[in-house]
Design a protein around this ligand. Structure first.
Ligand code: CS2
Ligand code: MG
Length: 412
């Protein structure tokens, strides 16, 4: 049997998604996620113009060989666009292999190492009171871990900080959407690191006071600190026993994490913008992080992410796979199957998709008693309703821009 057709679907049910559909000569269909927030159409072109034509007629079961072919042969290796495209094809081939076996994908990856995946939700609030309200909502739903992001006095709008709406629903999209066809630019936010560093320990103190010691608390620094600022923050959070501090510095400068480690025992998580095992080489071999933040979608698919986790396992480093809404339900399912199978699973991020998104992507994963499970449907367990998808055209949408008070551009 062989790959007969490759289609690239672009849909925007509330946000943009890029999905590859691979069809084999015996009529099996596999899906893969290639969504790259704010740069979706670059991946579409990479797939349609440069990848799909080279794969027709190839053996769909040669997953590792196809991965190596797409990684090595173009000469220009790695990078987010390339690796999202490789990821989409890789996931689709794994989906096909598992459907052919009649098994949920995790069974082909070694079978279940656990009954379900410890999961964290996104809680936030413009004030500590509002944040605590949001956390109560998640605790009631059964979450044993929450990411906490809060407003900082003096700053108007910060990435990831919103209050729940009156119904207690907590949904947000980091990428701002233009009306179809309108020219647009990313939204602009203002940032002040000193104000943030002063305020965040009081947020942790307020949450610990309300919820006690057991609830796992995570925080995302979103690449905004210099190395010494990150060290200061990691140290100042220690009394509140954080589960992790994520992206305390821009992670591509791997060596700076040495400085953070020298000053603090706060666990560190990095990697949502990484796309290969090489981005982790120093971080893993020197044990500078505790959790790998990659997703299958941005790290070359199940094959790429499995490679990273096998390397991390040798150093006792665990997974904390990226699961925001810009990882599609297909990508999310890929994370869940791999997380269920590997021994060094840590925690899974879960930002549930909107009802509109889930009317286009039919999922079989489930959240029960604080744990996620990929479900027992053969393959990845996600279906794309192409008719429903066609009703939602691509809408340009960009992630925000952050500036310091003097107007200079800062990481957001
Ligand atoms: C965030 C993401 O989930 C996270 O930890 O950092 O929401 C991130 O900002 C988006 O995925 C960017 O596309
Ligand atoms: Mg993050």
């Amino acid at each position: 049997m062989s790959i007969e057709r490759i289609d690239v679907n672009v849909t925007s049910p509330g946000r943009n998604f890029v999905t590859v559909k691979v069809t084999t000569s015996d009529g099996i269909v596999g899906l893969g996620d290639g969504t790259l927030n704010g740069r979706e159409l670059a991946v579409v072109s990479y797939l349609r113009d440069h990848v799909a034509p080279t794969l027709i007629g190839r053996d769909e079961s040669a997953i590792e060989q196809t991965w190596q072919y797409l990684y090595r042969s173009p000469y220009w290796r790695r990078g987010p666009v390339t690796m999202a495209a490789v990821a989409a094809i890789d996931m689709a081939l794994w989906d096909i292999a598992a459907k052919k076996a009649g098994e949920p994908l995790y069974k082909l990856l070694g079978g279940a190492s656990r009954t379900g995946l410890l999961t964290y939700a996104h809680a936030s609030g413009t004030t500590i009171e509002k944040l605590n309200e949001a956390i109560h909502g998640y605790v009631e739903q059964g979450f044993g871990a929450v990411r906490i992001q809060a407003g900082v006095p003096g700053l108007d709008q910060i990435y990831g900080v919103h209050d729940s709406d009156p119904g207690g629903k907590y949904e947000y999209e980091p990428a701002g959407r233009a009306d179809a066809g309108a020219a647009m630019r990313p939204t602009e936010e203002t940032w002040d690191t000193r104000a943030y560093l002063r305020h965040l320990p009081t947020v942790f103190a307020g949450v610990r006071e309300e919820f006690g010691p057991e609830l796992r608390l995570l925080h995302d620094g979103h690449h905004r600190m210099s190395p010494i600022e990150a060290a200061k923050l990691a140290k100042s959070l220690e009394p509140y026993d954080p589960f992790w501090l994520e992206d305390c510095t821009p992670g591509e400068d791997q060596a700076v994490l040495r400085l953070v480690r020298q000053h603090s025992v706060t666990p560190l998580a990095i990697g949502e913008v990484f796309n290969s095992v090489y981005d982790y080489q120093t971080l893993i071999t020197e044990r500078l992080i505790d959790y790998v933040r990659s997703s299958a979608t941005h790290a070359g698919g199940i094959t790429g992410l499995r490679q990273i986790m096998a390397f991390a396992a040798v150093y006792g480093i665990r997974s904390g796979f990226h699961g925001p809404t810009d990882v599609s339900p297909v990508g999310m399912a890929a994370n869940l199957h791999l997380g269920l199978a590997i021994h060094n699973f840590g925690i899974q991020e879960y930002m549930p998709h909107s009802e509109t998104t889930l009317s286009v992507f039919r999922t079989s994963y489930r959240f029960e008693n604080g744990l996620l499970h990929p479900g027992e449907t053969p393959g990845l367990g996600v279906e794309l309703d192409e008719e429903a998808a066609a009703a939602h055209e691509y809408v340009p949408a960009y992630l925000p821009v952050n500036r310091l008070r003097d107007g200079s551009v800062h990481d957001w």
